[in-house]
Write a protein that binds this ligand. Sequence first.
Ligand SMILES: [Zn+2]
Length: 153
Amino acid sequence: MRLALDQAGLAVRGGDVPVGAVVLSPDGTTVLGAGHNEREATGDPTAHAEILAIRRAAATLNEAAGAGGRAREWRLTGCTLVVTLEPCTMCAGALVQSRVDRVVYGARDDKAGAAGSLWDVMRDRRLNHRPEVIEGVLAAECARPLTEFFRDR
Ligand SMILES: [Zn+2]
């Protein structure tokens, strides 16, 4: 979560909401991908921290596997995504699609959260893949940069 918080700090430079995410390898020792909100910086409406982190993690795994004519692997099976803020509906959906095993988040998002607050997309029993969700890790620390960001606006 500390690494995700470092990422959140980078978002502010581009004028973006301070949310950061990292994807950890199945053994938990390696950061496969990291990201922070870049919507303002890039003009991409889907550039949320989680989306960028899972894209980069998949790219890292593909790079490690080498091209070699093999089919590309998009599944992040066994991996854990750690994010400072509760995922929105788009990110919760993408996390289900990515097949991560675990999602850990810090602060709750009462306005847009889709991992227990407004919706609970990733634990919807109608889905055939449901990541384990762990919430409230360093919640106060994760909420602080958000509160400061919106106070300054
Ligand atoms: Zn999102």
